[in-house]
Design a protein around this ligand. Structure first.
Ligand code: CP3
Length: 341
């Protein structure tokens, strides 16, 4: 089958008339015993650098659940190392060495070349396409603001106060940092597309913490710049915003095919506010810890809330959590697939 005829790609372009496609964010991960088995032999960073292991873990959830799209296995931070910023993944999330705290800290960052610096990612993509030719493959990167959050804060945070302050303390340096991120993210995504990615998703995981004014300037504008420089026909551009509700009117004006909607946002309201776009979402990942009947009911509630299903890609409203019961994922996929077509 041609990937462009898949339900996922057709839904991205709002012309799917068959079964509703479903995939889930973080679908290759620790809730899967077969992923944990790979992780016993390789650290997360080793896994991210091995094209064979990348392809192996990308295939795991596709083969187990029959998801309609695969996503590259990597991390949003991967591209920072060749830009001059090292990091580790100890228990409890990422740690960046020497985070940016002052404008001069930006001077040690530089452009990276995806082809020479991140060839293991591009080889991973080529390997996945060899092993899964018929399943659409989503490439990805973090949004400039989301990457800046980790670069400035140095680790995860509830509110990323240091990052949000930096924007106002050092506006000129912030501009310089974001220009660098926009350029490198753009080249990275274009390289992923050249290697075989058939859609791309930007994860704007932390833009949802900004004021509307700051969101416009430091999330929406740089994202628009990236999307406008991906001049590849037939490769849908997906923007996932965690907490998109306050910015729907701003996101409406971003030139992309699909908006990924978090679980706090009403999917019907999002679909109405985003004419001409497909929507992806938005089951609360914690629902999967409930009884099967509840999982099915909540999945159907989301499906029933839309009048148009030609432009829907079912997903969770954020990443799946490590202890999630496998049976709940099966229930979601079955419910979505049996809903129509
Ligand atoms: O979706 C997928 O299945 C593709 C793979 C993927 C990972 N990270 C693998 C991963 C993707 C798309 C990401 C993106 C990512 N990474 C984001 C944006 C998405 C979001 O959740 O909002 C962010 C913020 C990160 C940074 C990151 N990486 C954090 C905060 C953590 C620790 C949290 C955790 O779940 O442990 C990671 C580690 C990480 N990235 C794991 C995986 C499978 C766990 C690593 C392990 O196996 O121990």
């Amino acid at each position: 089958m041609n990937v462009s005829d898949s339900s996922f790609i057709k839904a991205c372009y709002r012309r799917n008339d068959g079964r509703i496609p479903v995939w889930i964010m973080r679908q290759a991960g620790r809730y899967l015993p077969e992923y944990r088995a790979v992780r016993e032999k390789a650290s997360f960073l080793e896994l991210c650098q091995s094209p064979d292991l990348i392809a192996q873990v990308v295939r795991q959830p596709i083969e187990r659940f029959g998801f309609d799209a695969a996503i590259l296995f990597s991390d949003i931070l991967t591209m920072l190392a060749p830009m001059g910023m090292q990091f580790e993944f100890p228990e409890g999330g990422p740690r960046v060495q020497d985070p940016i705290r002052r404008p001069e800290d930006i001077d040690r960052l530089h452009d990276m070349d995806p082809v020479s610096d991140l060839n293991f990612v591009l080889d991973g993509i080529r390997q996945i396409k060899k092993e899964l030719p018929d399943t659409p493959l989503i490439g990805f990167a973090g949004s400039p603001f989301t990457l800046a959050c980790y670069m400035i804060e140095g680790m995860g945070s509830k509110s990323f106060d240091l990052a949000r302050r930096f924007l106002h303390q050092y506006p000129k340096a912030t501009e310089r940092l974001f220009e660098l991120l926009v350029d490198n993210i753009t080249r990275y995504l274009n390289a992923q597309i050249t290697a075989g990615a058939e859609a791309v998703q930007l994860f704007d995981s932390w833009g949802g913490m900004l004021s509307r004014e700051a969101y416009r300037r430091w999330s929406a504008e740089p994202i628009q710049q990236i999307f406008s420089r991906l001049d590849f026909d037939g490769v849908p551009r997906i923007l996932f915003v965690n907490n998109v509700a306050p910015y729907l009117d701003i996101v409406r004006d971003i030139d992309c095919e699909v908006v990924g909607v978090d679980f706090r946002t009403d999917l019907t309201a999002a679909a109405t506010a985003l004419p001409g776009k497909a929507v992806q979402g938005n089951l609360d990942p914690s629902v999967l810890f409930g009884e099967r009947e509840q999982v099915v009911t909540q999945t159907i509630r989301i499906l029933d809330s839309l009048d148009n299903h030609d432009n829907l890609i079912f997903n969770l409203g954020h990443g799946i959590q490590p202890e999630t019961p496998i049976a709940s994922v099966e229930a979601v996929v079955e419910t979505v697939h049996n809903y129509r077509g």
